[in-house]
Design a protein around this ligand. Structure first.
Ligand code: CO
Length: 133
């Protein structure tokens, strides 16, 4: 079911420092900061030849990343995102396999395509996002 690795997401406690690291230090193509209030995050996508990185930073005090940074103040790996051909079909398939989703319905993600997150207790402790290809 899963296809290409769409992105690897990293929580950055200092977004400007992380942008500088990847743009100026590592010479990557860093996109603009996108605020996603529905997810409580600011994101920055970094284009690599074979995938993307997504830098994540809390947006608002109710951000799910506040708890992440309380546990890991230095930031770090947050989730992997894989493409699927049909997110709605993936929901049906995953639920039939007894896998839990963090949201019952796919939501538009950073690029307007529907995304969903699997429960990390069902995925070996790694948060996995699926995005419509
Ligand atoms: Co993501």
């Amino acid at each position: 079911m899963i296809g290409r690795l769409d992105h690897v997401a990293i929580v950055a406690p200092d977004l400007d420092a992380a942008i500088s690291l990847y743009r100026d230090g590592l010479g990557a193509e860093v996109g603009p900061v996108l605020d996603l209030p529905a997810f409580g995050v600011s994101t920055v996508f970094i284009r690599l030849p074979n995938t993307h990185l997504e830098l994540l930073h809390p947006l608002g005090e109710a951000s799910p990343l506040v708890g992440f940074l309380a546990r890991q103040p230095g930031g770090g790996l947050h989730h992997l995102c894989f493409e699927v051909a049909d997110v709605a079909a993936a929901v049906t398939t995953l639920q039939a396999r007894g896998m839990r989703l963090l949201d019952p319905e796919p939501r538009p993600g950073a690029h307007g395509k529907p995304v969903l997150f699997l429960h990390p207790k069902d995925t070996g402790g790694v948060l996995i996002e699926l995005v419509q290809a």
